[in-house]
Write a protein that binds this ligand. Structure first.
Ligand SMILES: Nc1ncnc2c1ncn2[C@@H]1O[C@H](COP(=O)(O)OP(=O)(O)OP(=O)(O)O)[C@@H](O)[C@H]1O
Ligand SMILES: [Mg+2]
Length: 257
């Protein structure tokens, strides 16, 4: 896998019955960049992520990563290639500790890579101590190193969001999809989250963030794409998007909700 691997989406269409959810979406994403994906409720943002992870199959078009077309690759195979996500609705197990929740991420993490080709696959993450060490490092990375033993049931929403980030990052992913990571967070928690997302970028990953919090999006993204009714309406830098009249129009209620 080359370090400059890009994720390329070409002419993707997605329909459910008569409902046209994505319309001819063509976008590409580069390593080391944080891309924002914004748009009103129902615009198709989560569906777009689902097409990248293999949870949904586009009715037309291709998704490729590092030169390989992924359309026929199932969700697990995409995780193996380093494509991971967080979910719009927090999906941690409340009866597990923060550390255990992060360890869960290793079970879905990619198992392939040139170095692993030299090792039997189960060895890398098969060892409990190794898994625990990795999970601890991931928790430290998001600033929660001292809270490994906390039960998720007792963690504040801001902490849960950071744990999800740690779980997404623990397997050293190449592509990280974050679906509304700041939902339910206060401004202090959102600032901590923004810092952590910025640190993830530093290691040359592709990061795509779906978010309604415009301050967060404008603050961390290199580039932003705006979706409305399943189509890309406009793309640009945060400064360009901020003063694009089409964006104001969409958010001022020409939409359906
Ligand atoms: N599995 C599905 N079956 C039928 N319709 C679906 C399915 N998944 C998504 N949709 C529809 O696709 C459209 C886009 O939904 P999606 O969840 O992608 O929007 P979104 O941009 O993520 O919205 P939000 O900001 O509210 O999360 C909606 O009309 C939704 O009802
Ligand atoms: Mg969504």
């Amino acid at each position: 896998m080359s370090d400059r691997a890009s994720l390329i989406v070409k002419n993707v269409d997605l329909s459910f019955g008569g409902l046209h959810v994505l319309r001819d979406v063509s976008l590409d994403f580069q390593p080391g960049e944080i891309t924002g994906l914004i748009g009103p409720n129902g615009a198709g943002k989560t569906s777009f992520f689902n097409c990248l992870t293999g949870h949904y199959r586009p009715s037309r078009g291709t998704v490729s990563y590092d030169g390989e077309v992924l359309n026929a690759v199932p969700t697990v195979g995409r995780a193996d290639r380093g494509i991971v996500r967080t979910f719009q609705h927090a999906a941690l197990s409340s009866e597990l500790t923060l550390l255990e929740n992060v360890i869960v991420g290793l079970n879905t993490a990619r198992r392939s890579g040139w170095i692993d080709a030299l090792l039997p696959i189960p060895r890398r993450f098969g060892d409990r101590d190794e898994a625990e060490n990795r999970a601890r490092r991931a928790l430290e990375f998001v600033g929660l190193g001292d809270h490994a033993a906390l039960l998720a049931a007792n963690a504040a929403p801001g902490v849960m969001r950071l744990v999800e980030l740690a779980r997404a990052g623990v397997g050293d992913p190449r592509v990280v999809l974050l679906d509304e990571p700041a939902a339910g967070l206060n401004s202090t928690e959102t600032a901590a989250l923004a810092d952590t997302i910025g640190k993830l970028r530093a290691s040359g990953r592709i990061i795509i963030v779906v978010e309604h919090d415009m301050d967060l999006i404008m603050g961390i993204c290199d580039r932003i794409h705006v979706l409305n009714f399943g189509a890309v309406v406009t793309s640009g830098t945060p400064a360009e998007i901020r003063c694009d009249p089409r964006v104001a129009e969409i958010y001022l209620g020409t939409g359906d909700d």
